[in-house]
Design a protein around this ligand. Structure first.
Ligand code: 6R9
Length: 692
């Protein structure tokens, strides 16, 4: 264990102690880490030696500067990007205290740049033109394609020229409903090139959800494809878009152009339903445009994209990210958290329809000039070895995925992993939900052959990029802990009164300052932005997550503390599912809670009260679930519907979810005090109906 000693030593010899950085107080003492009961996993000497951040000491030095001199720290980094015009003297402007006025976060204000230029043109100019930017792996093994940086630039320019041609201007919204084809990052980049704001909608959302997002941002054009194959299933995306466009026009938002890519391997042109005056085949028009296109220069604070995410109440929130800070932040977090080097081949299994795909499929990797794999298919098709087949095929060195995938692959024979070499791997990553220690170990020991550090990255749609993450090479890891805050992030844990707690503790995870990748507002509702995120604990950004800090200063995320359920890493608001259920004519009332699920992390458990006189039946159960699939998407379908002639309510009519959670998880001896219920009998009734 020379490694072990080396780390403890280097911690003990840190320059001047942690100073004003509370989360480091414990770890700097060193002896805590050396104690027997710690479950620590150390990076190898070889790994640490070559890493960007090779030691706790280096981390501490950089972290301290990032907190004490954020302007200097981020200016130095931002200077390596291309700016048409440099930002003003003051790099960032912030006020995170609602009591002192509006929350206005600005970084690099006055700086003029373009993120597409920095992703493509800059890299081509730096000599990376012939480097592969994207490896595309189709649903069927053997179907694949590549684009070099120069080819990607040409493709992006052609689409950008088309967008300009149909009148898309700086600031206009473009809704994108595409699966994981190269056309998805191409579309995002083309929007950025012309200064348009993309709103990518995950292609698993239903027509109704898509319509809602179209009505909200009123795009000039919708970009989609006719169909996609995922595993053995064909999904007719264009039909979903057609239905969404009928619905949005009923709400007064009509779309003139629906640009549709022909995804030949899934569906032929001829069998696609078509509306001549509105629909345009991508392949008919885009290749005719010039392969160069002047960049629309934008202010650092001009919006780059909108991405909807679920909250605990009401309709989904349109999270707005701007250009300059997001660019600097995604690039920097990508580089450090994955210890990225130019020779790496990177694969993130996330879909571009979620924030992970925005920041760490498209922008972060391309800003670093990386070669990234994108995968159209399902990770267990044609068999559960597909991921490792892809890793070997492209010699993937950095593999970033979600705990739910790890857990689902764990259930199959290890032989699906061991039959592949996986020798190329050097860093693994995890995102979306807490990774349980057993999944962590399987991922580490089996997939990574006990040699690849795991970057368990905690962050959110709102944060734009990683917030708490290991830096592989710097720290010994603890399975299941996201470790320490990234540079520039002052993560704090507060109690219910909003008072910061130090040392070993647990409470609500907040952030004390702003960081460049932070979202700036909720689309069209700045008030909701302030109320949701900055009012609960005045003076802080509130994440909605619970967190524990252990005696060594490591952070352990404990899940959402609001009414948001995390299903397979996807955020779903209980209120959204409830509203989909009660819109069913035979559903009188619904209450939804999250329940532990072996693969998905959390499953959706719905209690439903049926209207008087209607019998509860299997058919009704199915039709209730169908309502949720139709209104939100298949991924939000309840795992269990529990018939509830009555719901446990307080005398003031408030549903007691605490009791419902216990019933859902069958912890019947932990129901607690039910005497405050308006009708305590409903509890026994619910228990009796648990398996109906
Ligand atoms: C990136 C992303 C955000 C919520 C977040 C938290 C959970 C994400 C996590 C994690 C524990 C991690 N979450 N990463 N929890 N450890 N490494 O997932 O964004 O879809 O907005 O979800 O996901 O609960 O609040 P988003």
């Amino acid at each position: 264990t020379t490694n072990h000693l080396r780390h403890v030593e280097s911690m003990a010899t840190m320059p001047s102690g942690p100073g004003n950085i509370p989360h480091l107080n414990a770890i700097v003492l060193g002896e805590a880490l050396a104690s027997e009961d710690n479950d620590l996993i150390f990076p190898s000497d070889d790994f640490s030696r070559q890493a960007h951040v090779p030691s706790p000491r280096k981390y501490l030095e950089m972290y301290k500067r990032s907190i004490e001199d954020p302007a200097g720290f981020w200016s130095d980094i931002a200077s390596s990007f291309y700016w048409k015009q440099k930002w003003c003297q003051q790099v960032y402007l912030e006020n995170l205290d609602v009591r002192k006025g509006d929350i206005r976060i600005e970084w690099f204000k006055g700086g003029i740049t373009n993120i597409c230029y920095n992703c493509l043109d800059s890299n081509v100019e730096a000599g990376l033109g012939d480097k592969i930017a994207l490896y595309w792996e189709g649903n069927e093994p053997g179907v694949d394609a590549t684009l070099t940086y120069i080819q990607l630039l040409h493709n992006v320019c052609q689409l950008a020229n088309y967008l300009k041609d149909i009148g898309v201007k700086k600031g206009d919204a473009v809704v994108v409903y595409l699966p994981m084809l190269m056309e998805l990052p191409i579309t995002m980049l083309a929007c950025a090139r012309v200064g348009a704001v993309h709103s990518v909608v995950f292609a698993g959302f239903s027509a109704e959800s898509l319509a809602q997002r179209i009505v909200d941002c009123k795009p000039k054009v919708v970009i989609t494809c006719n169909a996609v194959k995922r595993g053995s299933k064909v999904i007719h995306l264009k039909d979903i878009v057609d239905a969404a466009l009928i619905e949005s026009s009923q709400s007064g938002v009509s779309i003139d152009v629906c640009l549709t890519y022909e995804n030949q391997s899934a569906m032929k042109k001829e069998s696609t339903k078509w509306q001549e005056e509105r629909d345009v085949w991508w392949q008919d028009v885009i290749p005719k445009y010039p392969t160069t296109c002047a960049v629309e220069w934008v202010d650092a604070e001009d919006p780059l994209f909108l991405l909807y995410t679920s909250g605990s109440t009401g309709k989904p929130k349109g999270v707005v990210h701007t250009t300059g800070g997001y660019m600097v932040y995604t690039a920097t977090t990508f580089k450090y958290a994955f210890d990225y080097k130019p020779s790496d081949i990177y694969w993130c299994t996330a879909d571009c329809g979620w924030i992970t795909g925005h920041s760490y499929v498209t922008y972060g990797p391309l800003l670093n000039g990386a070669s990234a794999v994108i995968f159209e298919g399902a990770p267990n098709y044609p068999n559960p070895g597909r991921c490792w087949d892809i890793v070997d095929k492209y010699q993937v060195t950095i593999f970033y995925t979600a705990p739910t995938l790890v857990r689902s692959l764990m259930r199959d024979s290890d032989e699906y992993v061991t039959r592949y070499s996986r020798k190329s791997l050097r860093v693994l990553g995890s995102v979306g939900e807490p990774i349980n220690p057993s999944a962590w170990r399987w991922f580490f020991n089996l997939v990574g052959d006990s040699k690849c550090p795991i970057s368990d990255t905690w962050w959110q749609t709102e944060t734009g990029g990683f917030m708490i993450t290991p830096l592989p090479g710097a720290w010994p890891q603890k399975p299941g802990s996201a470790t320490f805050p990234f540079f520039g992030v002052q993560a704090v844990i507060v109690d219910e009164k909003g008072v910061e707690i130090e040392g070993e503790c647990s409470g609500y995870l907040c952030v004390k300052n702003s960081w460049p990748g932070a979202f700036r507002t909720l689309y069209g509702d700045h008030e909701r932005y302030e109320t949701t995120y900055f009012k609960p604990f005045p003076g802080y950004y509130f994440s909605g997550d619970g967190c524990r800090r252990d005696k060594d200063g490591y952070h352990w995320l404990t899940g959402r503390v609001d009414d948001v359920i995390n299903v397979s890493g996807h955020r779903i608001g209980t209120a959204e599912v409830e509203s989909a259920l009660v819109s069913h004519p035979q559903c009188a009332e619904a209450a939804v809670v999250g329940v532990e699920h072996e693969v998905k992390g959390q499953g959706i458990y719905a209690f439903v009260t049926i209207v008087e006189g209607v019998p509860y039946s299997e058919e009704l159960r199915k039709s209730l679930i169908l309502n949720v699939r139709k209104q939100i998407g298949a991924f939000a379908a309840p795992d269990k519907v529990h018939w509830a002639p009555g719901l446990p309510k307080t005398r003031s009519g408030k549903i007691m979810r605490r009791i419902l959670r216990k019933i859902a998880s069958r912890q019947l001896d932990e129901l607690g005090d039910t005497s405050t219920l308006a009708d305590p009998n409903v509890v026994d009734q619910l228990i009796a109906l648990a398996d109906v």
